[in-house]
Every structure is written in C-alpha cells, then in structure tokens.
Design a protein around this ligand. Sequence first.
Ligand SMILES: NC(=O)c1ccc[n+]([C@@H]2O[C@H](COP(=O)([O-])OP(=O)(O)OC[C@H]3O[C@@H](n4cnc5c(N)ncnc54)[C@H](OP(=O)(O)O)[C@@H]3O)[C@@H](O)[C@H]2O)c1
Length: 255
Amino acid sequence: MNIVITGASRGLGAALARHWAAPGVDLALIGRDEAALQAVARDCAARGASTRLALLDVRDASAMAAQLLAWDDARPVGLVVANAGVTAGTRPDGAFEGAEAAARVLAVNLQGALNLVEPLLPRLAARRAGRVVLIASVAAFRGLPDSPAYCASKAGLWGYGESLRALLGPRGVGVTNVAPGFFESAMSDKFVAPQPFKLSAEAVAARVARAVALGHGRCVVPRRMGYALRALELLPPWLVDRAVRLFRFSVADGG
Ligand SMILES: NC(=O)c1ccc[n+]([C@@H]2O[C@H](COP(=O)([O-])OP(=O)(O)OC[C@H]3O[C@@H](n4cnc5c(N)ncnc54)[C@H](OP(=O)(O)O)[C@@H]3O)[C@@H](O)[C@H]2O)c1
C-alpha cells in the first residue's frame, strides 16, 4: 500500500504514519519541519515501512502537484490523507483573529487539502482504486464562537468530502470524511479552554485506520461529541447560539 500523508511531521499525521508503518507499506510524508519529518520517517522505517519525504507547503499548488505526480509515476498512490491543518481564533484578551490569520487557515486547511487531492483524482479514477481521507473536525458540524475561520475551513472540507464520495463511488474510489473532537497535539496545546472527551493522537489514528480498513465513508471520533453538535442544529438559532457559547475558547497566541 502506498500512502501519502500531509502534516506528517507531528500530531495526528505522525501518529497515522506510525500506525500504518509495516513491511510492504510505502509512506510518502509531507511537512515543512525537516528534522521532525525525518524523525517520523526513522520510526516508520524501524517498523519496516519504506518512506519518501517532501518538504512542502500545502498552499503551493504547483509544487504539490509536481511532487504528487512524480511519486505516483514511481509507485501508484493508494491512500491520500489530507491532514495538514492550522488554527486561529480570538485571543485570551478577546481580540479577533483578523483577516490575515483567517485567510491562512482557509488556505492551509481547505485549499491545501484540494492541492493534495485534485492532482491525483484523475489517476485514482482511471485505476478505479484508492481512497481519499480528509481530516476535518467536529467543528465542521456547527460554527463555534471564537474560531470562525477554522470552523468555515472544516465545514468546507467536510462538504467537499461528502460531494467527492458521491462522485467517486461509482468510479471505484473511496472517500472517508473524518471529524475528530479534541486530541493531544501541538495544536490543542494552544487552546485556552476545557477540552471535553480529549483523546490521544494515537487513539484517533487507530480509529481513522479502522474506518479506512472497513471502507467507511465517515469517521466521527468521539461519536457522542459529533452527534451533540449535529443535534444542536435542530434548535432555533438564538438557542443554539446560546448553547455553543458554552464551547468558548481562545487560542494562546492567536494560532
Ligand atoms: N488537535 C485537535 O484537537 C484537533 C481536533 C480536530 C481536528 N484536528 C485536525 O487534525 C489535523 C491534525 O492536527 P494536529 O492537532 O495533529 O496538529 P499539529 O500537531 O499542529 O500538526 C499540524 C501538522 O500540519 C502541518 N502543517 C501545518 N501547516 C502546513 C503547511 N502550510 N504546509 C504543510 N504542512 C503544514 C505541520 O507540519 P509542519 O509544521 O512540518 O509544516 C504539522 O505536521 C488538522 O487538520 C487539525 O485541524 C485537530
């Protein structure tokens, strides 16, 4: 199995790489932190996997496409995981996230995922094989106060994945939309707020890998958090707004 993962230098991306690392598996890992990416690659190689690394910013569409097609020429890609993500949000002093931070969040989380998936889609469809995995968030299900751009990016990614799954199913390509709640990582370390039902990155990686192995179209983990946020949408706006204010949080350095 040949797997491409963005944001593989730490957090969930690194946990997924380590989870899948085994003899016969080729891991193509994308990130920008060379030392961290190499450390993950060494761990994966110790588990018997072969690895290929690329120091790329997912916002660079042409560099991404060139690298992905070269990798696919060398060994056809079977699993594509759009995981790279950043956050922003209001600061503890209440300052808004601002236009620049909001644009960065959308560019990495949404456009960056498209920059990974789109170049490979025609090839996956032509081979009638493969799976696309999109790491969104439970924040996709309901806009939360204090992180509007992040919620917009994840809602967009979720919608993209739902569309892709319907489009690609008849063409033999699977799509798994993933919505994690809080898990331990450098990203969640920045959140200044209670983080209910928080899991380890390894536990989320195991759940994602299981969903992929079973060919599931969606993976919401923990499920109760996803259901709770989705159920809120049945309430009138004034009441749901009041309810989501309970999720108030800020980001230590604005993200
Ligand atoms: N942590 C949570 O509680 C939580 C909850 C729900 C969903 N998620 C989602 O899960 C995914 C992984 O999050 P995480 O918590 O593991 O985050 P993390 O520990 O902060 O890791 C983020 C990864 O994304 C990469 N990345 C960021 N910007 C990039 C860019 N422009 N180009 C290439 N790579 C970039 C980073 O690599 P480099 O620094 O090497 O570039 C890093 O490997 C994200 O999509 C996040 O939104 C997280």
